[in-house]
Ligand binder design. Structure first.
Ligand code: SF4
Length: 861
């Protein structure tokens, strides 16, 4: 990574940066194809061990070298590390070991030597070696006696072929299974004056870039002054939030802000963060949990660009550049055709000659021509140019001021975007997390993957059909591991449905490495995958799941977790990691950023969210804002004369059904009734009267966003005076209760049926025990806070603007108990949550609606 200190006029970079800094970014390996890196590490380790054994003390591994030069008023330092250094025939030999991937039939050492020396093959590897020879020769002159002659330094490039299936860095048995040459050693003796002049020429190009960065920094500073607020006026509390964001960023701290709908959080945070980032040459990563969240950010950015004087492509450069990232599978043209997603130039035409396509077509510049580059624009550009749209988005985001993408890009152990957030880049970036109440659950899910035994069996069947002995043997090893874990439970623990198991990390590592090797072999075999149109590749699909498991398994010691064998549930037997407190890894990712702003409409209690997200108390500001909307537009009532406890549901389901009907009959319109589970929803639905059943639209498990949008269309129809009123029966924490708005008359009421506390399961009990140990608040952290957070989210659906009017009824005696009621947002009541408890639900609702209609009549004259 090139580091510029523009004030001190210093540039520091690696030899590899010097070779490749102006090339387009090489394709980022598809997540599980970290195999090249892992196999390369093993190759180095093996080679080093052999060289140490053969050459004894004369062999020095990992020798650091450095080249310093002053040019154009800059001090440039190029750093490197020689793989192996030793004496041979009176000369120093600099050895570089590189893993390559070639068809074994094309791996002939003599031909390779000719190709490298005469035809420019593996030019990057050769250049790196030649630089190291120069750097070492200079160092020996500097460090040696003044009267010593020039040192004799020569080089040896060792190419180790990973192609052919067996793993050359692995054990002898596997290597022996694949005969043929694997290694070629090519001696190199460069002209050092020519190498020096090449190095200086390249450093000059790097300095051109530093100067361009200097110019861009001052252009950004100017742009920062122009960044305008995107609306004519500030909403109540919006200015306070913006000020707090500014102060937090200036202090380099974190902010956790709970601000109800209507405060205008996105505009306040975005404008302030953007100004701050442009002033200081920083980047922003805006993490969202849903695509709808990204859409709102894009709309706000477009408004900011327009308010800041940008009026289209003809009117000069935009004041900032933003890129919306999208999952690889959603923009990949191969995935769109139902083909396997293998991101390798040997395999995918969109990856082939990617760098040339990008350079030749100036594709990244074209994508960044306006203020916001969208995935749709990248897909269109990809179709026109034949370059991978996903890579285009990533390359564009490296040059953008704002990147917008899913939480996964920052927090998921496998989807984490290293090129965007390596240590230095993250230090120069601000992280914004939208809807941050979702982060603890998402973090937990990311670090809690499973591998199902039946998936292994399915892969084995697929391999049997193809007569792929390598994959079959791998499946047998996996099955052996799972069978042993199952037997352990049966023989020694009394066969419980879920229990912790102790898995040897070496087994998981070796399975991961061997699965990678199998995939490489397949890739080199020229197969373009075996997925049928519309279907994914079975090996790749499985490898993706295994990769998630292996990544979480690797991270298990850095978080509160267990490795479990689980025989319960419909998924059958599975091995899984259960993370019950993701604050370790999530907090670590956040800490890599210079500053972070996390916000949501419901983050109470703030201390709970701070702790489970892993934010350090000393560097985290907590803030809670009141609602800006008129109080008379809403009526919040608690009806405590009914129990919604699990044990009394059967008894009270009919009464809940009756209450919903009664509430909905006070004021005609659409209602949303939110339950703690599908089972409870169905139980109540059975007791509904025929007219209510007819009016009801029921959420079902696995319902898609498209199906949800059809339901929203029906609500909109009634709000627009067409179609009958509807009552949506939905579950708390689902697609009807989070990340969705019901503006205007789409809803006149929300009924929250009990707090949706998580069910008592093996997992939740481990969470409870953990937080009992950690904070003495096991029940609160495992059940109460997450459940009440969902209930408050539901209640917040109906009032989304200053003109929305709705009644919100919370059913269940728990809502009247202080343990629960103290978690209501403070802006719900004046002095005490007790004010919300109704003695006569229908009368209170009638009074509320009568007041609403009277005010409307007065207004309408
Ligand atoms: S087009 Fe698809 S398969 Fe090809 S490199 Fe891009 S994401 Fe990977």
């Amino acid at each position: 990574m090139i580091r510029f200190d523009l004030d001190a006029r210093e540039a520091t970079l690696s030899a590899r940066d010097l070779i490749r800094f102006d090339a387009s970014k090489a394709l980022r390996p598809e997540p599980a194809l970290g195999l090249r890196a892992r196999a390369g590490t093993r190759v180095h380790g093996k080679r080093r061990a052999e060289a140490e054994a053969a050459r004894g003390d004369s062999y020095r591994a990992e020798r650091s070298v450095e080249y310093r030069v002053e040019r154009r008023g800059w001090r440039a330092t190029v750093q490197g590390r020689i793989d192996g250094l030793y004496r041979e025939d009176g000369a120093w030999v600099v050895e570089e070991v590189k893993s390559v991937v070639l068809d074994p039939s094309r791996f002939a050492p003599e031909d390779l030597a000719r190709a490298v020396i005469q035809e420019g093959a593996f030019a990057d590897h050769r250049l790196q070696l030649e630089m190291y020879i120069l750097f070492l020769a200079d160092a020996l002159v500097r460090e040696g006696p003044a009267d010593a002659g020039p040192p004799r330094v020569t080089g040896r490039l060792v190419l180790v072929n990973l192609g052919g299936g067996a793993d050359p860095g692995g054990d002898g048995e596997r290597a022996a299974a694949d005969p043929g040459s694997r290694e070629a050693a090519i001696d190199i003796s460069p002209d050092l004056d020519a190498v020096r002049s090449w190095v200086h020429g390249r450093i000059d190009l790097v300095l051109d870039r530093a100067e361009a960065e200097e110019a861009s920094r001052s252009a950004r500073r100017e742009a920062a002054a122009r960044i305008a607020f995107p609306f004519p006026s500030l909403r109540p509390h919006q200015g306070d939030l913006a000020e707090l964001v500014r102060a937090t960023l200036e202090a380099g701290e974190n902010l956790l802000a709970s601000a109800p709908t209507g405060v205008g959080k996105t505009a306040a945070v975005l404008r302030e963060a953007l100004r701050f980032a442009l002033e200081r040459g920083l980047r922003i990563f805006w993490a969202t949990s849903r695509t709808t969240g990204a859409r709102i950010v894009v709309e706000t950015l477009e408004r900011i660009a327009a308010a800041s004087g940008w009026n289209g492509l003809g009117g000069g450069p935009p004041p900032f550049r933003a890129v919306v990232l999208r999952a690889r599978e959603k923009v990949c043209p191969r995935a769109a055709r139902g083909e396997p997603v293998f991101c390798h130039e040997a395999f995918c035409p969109w990856a082939e000659s990617y760098a040339e396509k990008v350079e030749g077509g100036k594709l990244v510049d074209r994508l960044l021509a306006g203020p916001v580059a969208t995935p749709e624009a990248a897909v269109a550009l990809g179709a026109e140019s034949g370059a991978c749209p996903y890579e285009l988005l990533l390359d564009a985001s490296l040059g953008a001021d704002v990147s917008i993408g899913d939480y996964n890009y920052v927090f998921d152990p496998r989807s984490y975007l290293r090129p965007l957030f390596d240590e230095r880049l993250a230090r120069d970036a601000v992280l914004v997390v939208d809807e941050a109440h979702n982060l603890p659950a998402r973090g937990r899910a990311s670090y809690s993957p499973a591998v199902e035994r039946r998936d292994g069996a399915r892969l084995d069947r697929w391999a049997r059909e193809r007569e792929d002995e390598g994959v079959r043997s791998w499946c047998r090893r996996l099955e052996g591991l799972l069978a042993a874990a199952s037997e352990h439970g049966r023989e020694e623990l009394g066969d419980p449905p879920v229990y912790p198991v102790d898995i040897d990390p070496a087994i998981v590592r070796s399975l991961t490495e061997d699965l990678d090797a199998l995939r490489t072999r397949r890739l080199l075999g020229g197969s373009r995958g075996t997925g049928s149109p519309g279907g994914a590749d079975p090996l790749e699909e499985f490898a993706s799941r295994w990769g998630s498991f292996a990544a979480a398994f690797d991270a298990r010691e850095a978080m509160a977790s267990l490795v479990l064998y689980d025989k319960s549930g419909a998924a059958g037997h599975r091995l899984r990691v259960l993370c019950f407190d993701p604050s370790g890894p999530v907090g670590k990712r956040i800490a890599a950023f210079r500053s972070s702003i996390l916000f949501s409409a419901t983050l109470e209690p703030l201390e709970f969210h701070r702790d489970v997200i892993g934010l350090p108390p000393a560097r985290t500001r907590l803030a809670s804002f009141p609602s800006p909307f008129p109080e008379e537009n809403r009526k919040i009532l608690v009806w405590d004369r009914i129990s919604t406890y699990f044990r009394s549901r059967g008894r009270d389901a009919a009464e809940v059904a009756r209450l919903i009907e009664e509430i909905a009959s006070v004021e005609p319109g659409n209602y949303l009734a939110c339950f703690s589970s599908y089972a409870y929803l169905r139980e109540v639905q059975e007791h509904m009267s025929p007219w209510m059943r007819e009016a009801a639209v029921v959420q079902t498990p696995g319902m898609t966003e498209e199906a949800r949008d059809l339901v929203l269309g029906k609500l909109r129809e009634h709000a627009g005076g067409r179609g009958p009123p509807r009552t949506v029966l939905a579950v708390q924490g689902g697609i009807f209760t989070e990340g969705v708005d019901y503006p205007g008359k789409m809803l006149v009421g929300v009924i929250v049926v009990g707090p949706g506390l998580p069910a008592v399961t093996f997992d939740e009990e481990r969470v409870r025990e953990h937080f009992e140990d950690r904070f003495d608040q096991g029940f609160e952290y495992a059940y109460l806070y997450p459940g009440m957070s969902r209930a408050v989210q539901c209640a917040g659906r109906a009032i989304r603007s200053e003109t929305d009017i709705a009644a919100i009824v919370l059913l269940g005696e728990r809502f009247a108990r202080s343990q629960y009621a103290r978690l209501f947002p403070q802006h719900w009541y004046r002095r005490s949550p007790k004010e919300l408890v109704s003695k006569d639900l229908v009368t209170d609702l009638r009074e509320f609606w009568a007041g609403v209609h009277a005010r409307a009549d007065r207004r309408d004259g």
